[in-house]
Structures are given as C-alpha cells and as structure tokens.
Write a protein that binds this ligand. Sequence first.
Ligand SMILES: [Zn+2]
Length: 78
Amino acid sequence: MPLYEYHCRPCQQRFELLRPISRSEEPATCPSGHPGAARAISTFVSFSKAADGSARAMSAGSACASCASGHCATCGIR
Ligand SMILES: [Zn+2]
C-alpha cells in the first residue's frame, strides 16, 4: 500500500498515511482526530518528474534523501 501525505488545518501539521490508491484522494483523519485533512502534494512527486529522470526526494526530513532507493515505500528507512 502506498504512503500518502495529508495536511491537517487545525494542527497545521502534515502526517502520513498508508492507503489504497483508490482512496488516496479521500479526506483523512489526522493522528489527533481531526477529520477532513486534505492530501498534500509531496515534494517527492515534483522531483520524480525531473527532466533528467532521476527521482530523488530532497525534502527535509525525508529518509529517502540519504538512501539509494528514492522512495519511502521501498527503502524501509523511516
Ligand atoms: Zn489535526
């Protein structure tokens, strides 16, 4: 199951959630219990579309920035 990032307005925080692809666009409930969190556009997505074809997440706090796989769902480093 892929990992998606959501943004909770009451918390002003982002959180991650494992969900089926078919439910990725549905509002999520944050760890503090606020419903209706919208999906955040992750830095990884924009970097994965780089013209040179290299997909590497460079956002701060991403484990993928320091591992070779380039994708949190596969690198196993959290
Ligand atoms: Zn919240």
